[in-house]
Design a protein around this ligand. Sequence first.
Ligand code: ZN
Length: 285
Amino acid sequence: MRIANLAGRAVLLGTAAVDVATASEGRFGPDPMSVWADWEAFRQWASTVDVDAAPAAQPFEVGDLDAPVPVPQQVFAIGLNYADHAAETSMALPTEPLVFTKFPSSLTGPEATVRLRGDRVDWEAELVVVIGEGGRDLPAGWDAVAGLTVGQDLSDRTVQNRGDRPQFGLGKSFAGYAPTGPAVVTVDEVGEGRDLGALRIGCRLTGPDGDEVLQDGTTADMVFAVPELIARLSAIVELRPGDLIFTGTPSGVGLGRTPQRFLQPGQVLVTEIEGVGSIRQTFTA
Ligand code: ZN
């Protein structure tokens, strides 16, 4: 099942889009956040909908999709969660998850144009977890996860490292620096025929002269895998319906290259995760 946000309304996506409020006769939706607030009931209802055959199914443009979870209460992000990425930034491997936030106002949709606010803005392809029912002291596992989506943890390295101590949250929270989408794909669908803990993840610049791969990794290389993150986070913080967890990035970021390189106006960045989908950002000055 794929759940998305089409022009501000919750939809189920197949080759067409089914408006949730219309198809459920008002039981769920239209607010995209409403499906997470009542996740278990919604999941059960949605599993009965034949998306492509539903009377309410309508064609849609991917460009009209917005962030599938537009206003989560909390957005967690995990730093240095892939060993090869920690190595390329000359940082020691964390012994505890390194947790920060991307403020929710930085979220944007899967095909958003993003204005670069500095000349050292880096890419970080990330698997993003969406919490279903949530709670505290959850066991390690996938039960609390409603689904997965693709994210970019766009990062201004100047803001991150200026001042006398490094900090992650602000430099990663400019407008549009958290593109997500195109849909939240439920765990059962992502896991159908593949290992949920070993998804290929990467990003590439694309243009008329072809593609240049920037990152190409697997989520199997996470230091703290998704089930472990659920347990570690919920041991301290209550996870709430619709919360997002950006789970870290594999190696290949611009900061770790010689010479270092960063995103430029006019570039188009495609971020893709096996079984989850792809998002595409165009950058402007
Ligand atoms: Zn990151």
